[in-house]
Design a protein around this ligand. Structure first.
Ligand SMILES: Cc1cc2nc3c(=O)[nH]c(=O)nc-3n(C[C@H](O)[C@H](O)[C@H](O)COP(=O)(O)OP(=O)(O)OC[C@H]3O[C@@H](n4cnc5c(N)ncnc54)[C@H](O)[C@@H]3O)c2cc1C
Length: 402
């Protein structure tokens, strides 16, 4: 079997699904290829807590996705950053920037179901699912031809624009011959829902310890989302802790600012590896989301950045007749590179502040945090990152839908 589509998106995760919804509004004939069987959301929509920047909330509201969430979201009104063992701290309040909130906390599973609802209403979208991108075939026409494995057998798809949104280990990236730089932070990140004696009050807490970062996010269900990083060498021991010991361990790392840790939901764990594609485009192809850059989750920027990738591409497709032309891809690169570089600097900077303790660096890190409390430029970087409005952002991010 074979078919042709204006755009073929490989990967129906957070970014690929969002792009498919955005392109459907433009009436484009789009195919979305996702390996996960119908009836379940892809595994990436798990219990992780996602911080959506205000710009992301605006865009997902305009796309009609936020309205489909089934559970309440948690507003982030303040960000508090501190380091164990020193007095420096940064407290940012959205009010000081003329806003009611920096963003919202959404549980990934809930978001996956909302996206699924929105995808089901798309009128111009063809979904291949379960279907797996296998390889690129030689193209005589100048367009991209890809081989896709489905339960009915192999399908050959032709398109003027192939989008690789297939995550960190992107097969599309490999098939395009684009290399990737990898960096293993040597950390494992544990994520769980915790009940604390003080209910969330709109503060997102980031605490840097000698062994790694601990953050508490204000969820909408009167729980906090706990994120706790440990050196890889300690990961098995932390995974083996029973609930009481796990709560005591996390409490010791975080402190008492949110009261006593009372109960924890199941823990999920993630190795932290940065993967950066060496190029974002190839003839008639573009990489986005984690396929283009998988970054340290601590800055909570991965999806926010990937959504801006997707919405920028959708805007350019409106402006250009040929969705995969060299001119469009050059415009894409010009618009996306500054945001990508800024966000990578931001998340690398945070990761460095939290990395495993090197005694000689420790005073510098404390000084860095104190300086962050004073320096306008560092604060505006934190705020710009948190809200997602810095630079040339897509129009849908700018204004909340009426
Ligand atoms: C613990 C944790 C917390 C995080 N918190 C935040 C946060 O607060 N804010 C934020 O913005 N980001 C956060 N992130 C990052 C965010 O999860 C990622 O940026 C996001 O998942 C990237 O989406 P994606 O669609 O590019 O890739 P993915 O979500 O990985 O999706 C890729 C999709 O492609 C499919 N696929 C793969 N290979 C194939 C193939 N060959 N054929 C067909 N389909 C295929 C997969 O099944 C999957 O559905 C966090 C990440 C972690 C690990």
């Amino acid at each position: 079997m074979s078919a042709r589509h204006d755009v073929v998106i490989v990967g129906g995760g957070l970014v690929g699904a969002s792009l498919a919804i955005a392109l459907d509004r433009l009436g484009r004939d789009v195919a979305l290829i996702e390996a996960t069987p119908l009836g379940d959301v892809p595994a990436v929509f798990d219990e992780r807590n996602l911080s959506f920047a205000a710009a992301t909330v605006n865009a997902l509201t305009a796309l009609g996705v936020m309205q489909r969430l089934r559970n309440p979201t948690g507003a982030i009104q303040r960000i508090h950053v501190s380091r164990a063992g020193d007095f420096g701290r940064v407290l940012l309040s959205a009010q000081d920037y003329g806003r009611s909130e920096f963003g919202q906390v959404v549980v990934a599973r809930d978001f996956g179901m909302a996206l699924e609802d929105a995808l089901a209403d798309c009128r111009h979208l063809t979904r291949y699912r379960p279907a797996k991108f296998l390889d690129l075939a030689a193209a005589g026409s100048g367009e991209r031809v890809l081989r896709v494995g489905t339960v009915e057998g192999e399908v050959e798809l032709t398109t003027p624009l192939l989008v690789g949104a297939d995550g960190s280990n992107s097969m599309v990236r490999g098939a395009l011959g684009i290399g990737a730089e990898r960096h293993d932070y040597g950390q494992r990140l544990f994520v769980a829902r915790v009940r604390t004696s003080r209910a969330p009050d709109g503060t997102a807490w980031e605490r840097f310890g000698n062994d790694g970062p601990t953050a508490l996010l204000p969820r909408g269900d009167r729980h906090h989302g706990l994120i706790h990083g440990v050196p890889e060498a300690q990961a098995e021991a932390v995974a083996a802790l029973d609930e009481a010991a796990w709560l005591a361990h996390a409490q010791a790392a975080f402190g008492w600012r949110a009261g006593r840790f009372l109960a924890s939901g199941p823990r999920s764990a993630y190795p932290i590896i940065k993967v950066l594609a060496e190029r974002l485009i190839a003839p008639r192809a573009v990489l986005m989301g984690n396929a283009a850059q998988s970054i340290h989750p601590l800055g909570a920027q991965g999806f926010n950045l990937g959504l801006r990738d997707a919405l920028t591409l959708a805007e350019l497709i409106v402006e250009h007749d040929d969705p995969g032309s060299d001119a469009l891809l050059a415009d894409y690169l010009r618009r996306r590179q500054p945001d990508r570089e800024r966000t990578l600097r931001f998340s690398d900077g945070l990761a460095r502040l939290t990395s495993n303790d090197a005694p000689l660096l420790r005073p510098l890190r404390s000084a860095g945090l104190l300086a962050a409390g004073q320096l306008q430029s560092v604060q505006s970087m934190l705020v710009g990152g948190a809200m997602g409005f810095a630079g040339d952002v897509p129009a849908l991010c700018r204004e909340a839908a009426p």
